[in-house]
Design a protein around this ligand. Structure first.
Ligand SMILES: Cc1cc2nc3c(=O)[nH]c(=O)nc-3n(C[C@H](O)[C@H](O)[C@H](O)COP(=O)(O)O)c2cc1C
Length: 286
């Protein structure tokens, strides 16, 4: 059970909940918010719109940049009681390679996740939307670290399974999906885009059926582990993702409603039997 990158601020949560957060950490591994090489302010506000079944966010990857992350965030994230996965995004293959090398060299980091899918930033779409671009990015960074590399796929691709296959063939150790789907909301009076970034990424229950289909089709195309996410808010929904082929799941938007959602969903999951493991109904026993 992981968190979706950018949906759980463990440093702020520790300030709010104190040592209780460490004692009852909601996830089995923690994924950082995506970092970039240079510091970023993010998109102008407003940055969120609530839909009947989820969110549209236009955060725009605000972060301290590589140096700021290594200096101030990493030591705090290293105190968490679970392995740390750092999410990185580069605006060129070389920039991505620099991030992978610098982050991968740190002992505190267990794995890296390549965000090739953030739809809020113009150039984010390019790498993850196309199998050839994705393969070139993974090939470029693969030799920069021996640590496991997860490629986070975008659902805004014509063929996510082909992108996943390309990532595997280029050396990825796992894929995670889905990131947010591109969406938009208009101001109720002005009919102008509500979000400061004009468009944003849709997440939450609204995207669950789409995510489930993509997890199933990606799982059928790759042999590496698949981390499934997209609108999961109960253990039963988590079982669906596992049945569709995911080997791990992540919780995103639900953590905004319930910061302990990861732990709750893991407990619900543990209480359910997985498909194929329950005893056959009596009538089918020979
Ligand atoms: C407010 C917000 C910020 C996010 N920031 C990131 C990010 O920095 N990097 C990333 O790869 N995904 C980011 N995501 C996407 C989530 O990690 C996840 O892939 C997506 O929300 C789908 O899962 P969910 O429906 O459970 O939220 C963000 C999502 C939200 C709602």
């Amino acid at each position: 059970m992981l968190n979706g990158s950018g949906t759980f601020d463990a440093i702020a949560a520790r300030r709010a909940f104190g040592e209780a957060l460490i004692e009852q950490f909601p996830f089995d591994a923690f994924v950082s918010k995506t970092i970039t090489r240079e510091p970023r302010q993010g998109n102008p506000p407003p940055r969120l719109w609530e839909t009947p079944a989820g969110l549209i966010n236009s955060i725009g990857l605000p972060n301290k940049g590589l140096a700021g992350f290594l200096e101030s965030d990493l030591p705090q994230l290293a105190e968490l009681p679970v392995p740390l996965i750092v999410s990185v995004m580069g605006f060129s293959r070389d920039e991505l390679a620099q991030l992978v090398a610098a982050v991968g060299a740190r002992d505190e980091v267990a794995m890296l996740e390549l965000n090739v899918s953030c739809p809020n930033v113009e150039t984010g779409l390019v790498m993850g939307a196309d199998p050839v671009e994705t393969a070139a990015a993974v090939e470029r960074v693969r030799s920069e670290t021996e640590k496991p590399l997860i490629v986070k796929l975008t659902p805004n691709a014509a063929n996510p399974a082909a992108v996943a296959r390309a990532a595997q063939d280029a050396g990825a150790d796992a894929v995670s999906l889905v990131n947010t789907l591109k969406g938009m909301a208009l101001h109720p009076q002005t009919r102008q885009p509500w979000l400061g970034g004009r468009t944003g990424g849709v997440s939450g229950p609204a995207i669950r059926a789409i995510a489930l289909e993509q997890v199933a089709s990606v799982s059928a195309r790759v042999e590496i582990p698949v981390i499934g996410m997209g609108g999961i808010s109960t253990g039963r929904q988590a079982v669906d993702f596992l049945a569709a082929g995911a080997t791990a799941i992540a919780i995103g938007t639900e953590s905004f409603r319930d910061p302990a959602a990861g732990r709750r969903i893991a407990a619900e999951l543990a209480s359910l039997s997985l498909p194929g493991t329950e005893p056959a109904p009596a009538s089918t026993v020979v």
